[in-house]
Design a protein around this ligand. Structure first.
Ligand SMILES: Cc1ncc(COP(=O)(O)O)c(C=O)c1O
Length: 378
């Protein structure tokens, strides 16, 4: 969480005073709807749907696109586990793909992992670092695959002038407390495709067919779940969203200062960036895992390989192909043998053992940022 203040508190108070906590109860123009309109207008995307988490946004997008049993979805081997579990929630299975030096999906490995059963790719923009979207969209077009961008960790960041999450067929944002903007727990799905949006509306709200908006829906209603948010989340996000450009600008400014200082050291290099002029995330790469560990010893910034839950080798529920009910296990419906082994993405393991993410000190003044960067290269 970078910013949270009296504006958010005032917005929450307004919801409480109105007594209307539910977005579909008060008719048109509530807080959540206003936030979605602002999101669409600023990020230049046709449709946005606020949901209760980034995980829900991913699942909702896959469900809306009709991904299901027998389908394979390509996901990176380095990400938060939710990117890999979302396909399972719709009955499909994730196929793990290596990352490259940019710490995001390796387009070369995507091509190697495509089978006749592949239906979609989930490029994940980790730690504010954009994937190589030009290459990924080209591969997707060539093989007729859908692209659901996982921009949960990169809300507001751009790739070649376009906001992440608006480039693929759909995008997912997370608004949990670790993210660029937050309402505690929340998320959003973005798309330019009307059918995907309408089917997301249906899926995210079990009662969709009873709502006022149902009269505009031409798609047949199907059973959904409940990923709705309350107006409290919508109201907070409306205020958080007003701050997004300021937050991104501050991070970019700090990144620039630090990158200039880092450029002078030969202890490490700055991780390759797929859209340098928009750069927000700052990660560094060492020549060896030993050098990365020595840096940790000195500065308490650990290599990414120590960020256990973001690495496929630690995703036991997936590696063991478990499910809540044996008959509902997506691995019953696969069309070829799929094995998950701890050494299936060794390139990823090698890269993350030599890389570290530098948390940008958002609140620090310019001279303090310089001191911080100078210390890291000392
Ligand atoms: C890359 C990535 N994808 C998906 C998610 C899921 O978001 P949420 O926690 O809001 O469900 C997260 C959250 O940490 C994430 O970092």
């Amino acid at each position: 969480m970078y910013e949270f203040g009296k504006e958010e508190i005032a917005a929450i108070t307004k919801v409480v005073e109105s007594g209307n906590f539910m977005r579909y109860r008060g008719g048109e123009g509530g807080f959540t709807e206003t936030f979605e309109k602002e999101l669409c207008s600023k990020f230049n995307v046709k449709y946005a749907l606020t949901v209760n988490s980034g995980t829900s946004a991913l699942i909702c997008a896959l469900a809306a696109m009709g991904i299901g049993p027998g389908d394979e979805v390509l996901v990176p081997a380095y990400t938060w586990v939710a990117s890999a579990l979302a396909p399972l929630a719709v009955g499909a299975v994730p196929i793990l793909v290596d990352i490259d030096e940019s710490l995001t999906l390796d387009p070369n490995d995507i091509e190697k992992k495509i089978t006749p059963y592949t239906k979609a790719i989930i490029p994940v923009h980790m730690i504010n670092l954009p994937c190589d979207m030009d290459a990924i969209m080209k591969i997707a077009k060539k093989h007729n695959l859908l692209v659901v961008e996982d921009a949960c960790q990169a809300v507001g960041v751009s790739y070649k002038g376009k906001r992440l999450g608006t480039i693929g067929d759909a995008g997912a944002y997370s608004f949990n407390v670790f993210k660029n903007i937050t309402c505690g727990e929340g998320g959003a799905l973005l798309t330019n495709d009307e059918k995907t949006y309408v089917r997301s509306l249906i899926y995210h709200d079990a009662g969709s067919f009873t709502r006022n908006y149902a009269s505009h829906v031409k798609e047949p209603f199907f059973p959904g779940v409940n990923y709705r948010v309350s107006e409290i989340q919508g109201a907070i996000m409306g205020e958080q969203f007003k701050r997004i450009d300021m937050i991104i600008a501050q991070l970019q400014k700090q990144r620039k200062i630090m990158a200039e200082i880092f450029a002078k050291t030969n202890q490490f290099t700055i991780v390759k960036h797929n859209s340098p002029t928009d750069a927000v995330g700052l990660s560094i790469r060492f020549e060896s895992p030993e050098a990365a560990l020595a840096f940790k010893e000195k500065h308490q910034i650990a290599p990414l390989s120590e960020s256990g839950r973001h690495i496929y080798t630690n995703w036991e529920p997936l590696l063991e192909k478990r499910s809540f009910n044996p008959k509902m296990n997506p691995f019953n419906w696969i069309q070829r043998k799929i094995e998950y082994t701890k050494d299936m993405c060794t390139k990823t393991l090698e890269i993350i053992s030599c890389s570290a993410n530098i948390p940008l000190p958002y609140k620090m003044a310019e001279n303090e940022v310089r001191d911080f960067a100078n210390k890291l290269v000392s």
